[in-house]
Write a protein that binds this ligand. Structure first.
Ligand code: 8YV
Length: 322
């Protein structure tokens, strides 16, 4: 009988996926420290044909070179900035990822964060839980900001950026965007989006939402210079990748009240602890990288991750291939 392919999961995925994979493959699931320590990963990958990984697993050249038998890497994420794609491709290793299925969940969370930071929802929740709500607020106390009438700046008008724009347009906002390429007129039309330069985006927006992928080119692209162009009354929202923003520059801008607030799902180094500077700021909403984290979306992601791996090992076209 033909030997079974050996596969490695750097962390447990849904049971239905594991059961399915175990029918066909010799499956190893890492159960120790997360992320899987590099040395262990380098060792375990040596005899594996397939790998299922997560965005915090650095699948760099050392890992890929150690995986002498690797045929397919399937990541449980839309982002693939953690994989050395160039080297993997050179070695004819297929790479699968999970776009589309998480667009709505991530766009929903982005809108939630925008409304939260503008209307100070989390701040109010903290206030009540900590017993700091001492008297009924007057006309000028604890006021937030309306979404209606504001200019929304979308940095990166891909699937998620567009889904955010479409959700926000009915609030009565103006949408501007910056993207590598201009969208077709038909695509621009439905959220009435207008292409602008990145400088104009930062200068003119009341709310900036980041939806570009992370790469060498986008590393800390949102820096002191761009932050410095923002209105004092503006807010910054990020559900993409933490390293797109220069975090210390953002902390400085928030501290000095150069911008009004931020809502963040992603950070430079995750997870962040309670001592992080962001936790000291009332005008910052923080969530723990949960853009795609709804039951329905995560199950779909798991299914696609499994299908991509199976197809890759069968040398067939993946559902979603990098
Ligand atoms: C992760 C994400 O997939 O898809 C991405 O790129 O960042 C998230 O949706 C999620 O954190 C699971 O690891």
């Amino acid at each position: 009988m033909k030997n079974k392919f050996k596969i490695l999961l750097t962390r447990k995925l849904h049971d239905f996926v594991l059961r399915e994979l175990e029918k066909k493959y010799d499956v190893t699931v890492h159960s120790g420290k997360i992320p899987m320590p590099k040395k262990i990963l380098m060792k375990k990958i040596q005899d594996k044909d397939g790998l299922i990984c997560f965005p915090y697993d650095m699948i760099d050249s050392d890992i890929i070179k150690s995986g002498k038998k690797l045929k397919c890497i399937s990541t449980y994420s839309v982002g693939f900035d953690h994989i050395d794609v160039k080297l993997a491709k050179k070695r004819r290793i297929k790479i699968g990822y999970t776009p589309e299925v998480l667009t709505d969940a991530t766009a929903d969370l982005t809108v939630t964060l925008i409304l939260d930071v503008l209307r100070r929802v989390s701040e109010g929740d903290r206030m009540i839980r900590e017993g700091r709500w001492k008297e009924i607020f007057g006309a000028y106390d604890y006021v937030g900001t309306d979404v209606k009438g504001k200019t929304i700046g979308i940095l990166g008008m891909g699937r998620i950026g567009m889904a955010v724009a479409k959700r926000l347009y009915p609030f009565g906002v103006k949408i501007i965007y910056h993207n590598r390429n201009r969208l077709s007129k038909t695509r621009e039309k439905s959220p009435h989006a207008k292409l602008v330069t990145i400088n104009t985006l930062f200068k003119s927006s009341d709310i900036i939402s980041i939806h570009i992928p992370y790469s060498k080119e986008t590393h800390e692209i949102v820096d002191e210079k761009l932050l410095g162009k923002m209105k004092k009354s503006a807010f910054l929202v990020n559900t993409s990748r933490g390293k797109i923003i220069n975090e210390s520059n953002l902390i400085k801008a928030l501290k000095q009240r150069k911008i009004s607030g931020a809502a963040l799902d992603v950070f430079r180094n995750e997870p962040i602890g309670k001592k992080h500077m962001f936790t000291k700021m009332e005008n910052v909403v923080l969530v723990p990288h949960i853009g795609s984290s709804s039951k329905e979306t995560r199950e779909k992601m798991a299914e696609i991750t499994m299908m991509n791996l199976k197809l890759g090992l069968d040398r067939k076209k993946l559902l979603y291939s990098v």
